[in-house]
Write a protein that binds this ligand. Structure first.
Ligand code: UDP
Ligand code: MG
Length: 317
């Protein structure tokens, strides 16, 4: 029997997590030669999620839970889950059934066939999502794939099933600014993509506002590309070249037609423009500096408050 660890980040999912477990265990019960353990990571929920997890763990020995001291974000929750996974296979799934457990047999078959180290799910449409959000998402994937050598697959969900070898590789990337879509791809290995249509959340609501997604997208670009820094220097060079020609023009005009007192509005425009460009480039630098600063501090990715389940003991960390 091979052990499959299913990792489920949960943030205020009291409405969804019970249904998730029912569905997932119905599917996993039917998997041949597979034992399943569940690792629910309560990411500092403020609702009754943890109580539900405790109750699940009390009834089902295959359920373990970790509870964070505050909300650390889904990336941290996935990392904690992977760290605590004991299986030779591990899968990451959302608690809201947007990652349908019915796909698990297909993912499992791919990985057990030996040809693939990982099977991941990508959605081929974004139905049910506001069109403006889909448009921004598509632009983001275009942009980041131009800027970064690491391929970030459009529509890739975090739902994937991996071999232990890949899990260990992911855990070796101990960076604080985690952008999993990039990390999964960066570690390499052979990934089979399973395509699916978008499924809407079963209960509760999305934790991602448009603004949160935008910040996440920028973090992703900064984490997996240094192209913005190069753009800043190229911009500087182009402006230097332009100013060289402007100086030539001014000198020639001075020699040909004499004194020129006019032109201060254009001067104001030029100064404003250059000040803007300079601040913009400094901002880019600042972003990388800030990320470096956070990495250098080597803060833990998450802090556990409690954990339990599995072997029946609570409170061990
Ligand atoms: N999640 C989390 N911490 C957070 C935000 C979300 O653990 O700070 C979990 C959430 O409980 C869910 C998964 O990440 O299991 C995906 O979140 P959500 O469904 O809100 O995102 P969406 O599917 O809308 O992108
Ligand atoms: Mg969701």
């Amino acid at each position: 029997m091979a052990l499959l660890s299913i990792i489920v980040p949960c943030y205020n999912e009291e409405a969804a997590v019970g249904t998730f477990f029912t569905h997932a265990s119905a599917v996993c019960g039917g998997l041949d030669g597979i034992d399943t353990e569940y690792i629910f990571v309560d990411d500092g929920s403020t609702d009754g999620t943890l109580d539900i997890l405790r109750a699940l763990a009390a009834d089902h020995p295959e359920v373990r839970w970790l509870s964070f001291s505050r909300n650390f974000g889904k990336e941290a929750a996935m990392f904690a889950g992977l760290e605590h996974a004991r299986g030779e296979l591990a899968a990451v799934m959302d608690a809201d059934l947007q990652d349908p457990p019915e796909l698990l047999p297909e993912l499992l078959e791919a990985v057990r066939g030996g040809e693939w180290d990982c099977a991941a799910v990508r959605r081929v449409d974004r139905r049910g999502e506001p069109p403006i959000r889909s448009w921004f998402a598509r632009q983001f994937y275009k942009l980041i794939n131009k800027m970064s050598k690491t391929e970030i697959v459009d529509g890739a969900r975090d739902f994937r099933l991996m071999k232990r070898q890949m899990v260990d590789a992911i855990l070796r990337l101990g960076e604080y600014n985690r952008f999993s879509k990039g990390i999964f791809s960066w570690v390499g290995f052979r990934t089979k993509w399973v395509e699916t249509v978008n499924v809407e959340r079963s209960a509760g609501e999305s934790k991602w506002s448009f603004f949160k997604l935008l910040v996440y997208a920028l973090d992703g670009i900064i984490a997996f590309s240094t192209a913005p820094l190069a753009i800043a220097s190229v911009l500087g060079l182009i402006l230097c070249a332009a100013s060289f020609f402007a100086i030539l023009f001014v000198i020639v005009r001075q020699l040909v037609s004499g004194g020129s007192a006019f032109g201060w509005p254009s001067l104001v425009c030029i100064i404003l423009f250059l000040a803007g460009v300079q601040l913009f480039c400094m901002g880019i630098l600042g972003q990388y500096l800030a990320k470096t600063y956070l990495e250098v501090k080597k803060r833990p990715i998450y802090i556990l408050r409690e954990s339990g389940g599995g072997d029946g003991h609570e409170g061990k960390t």
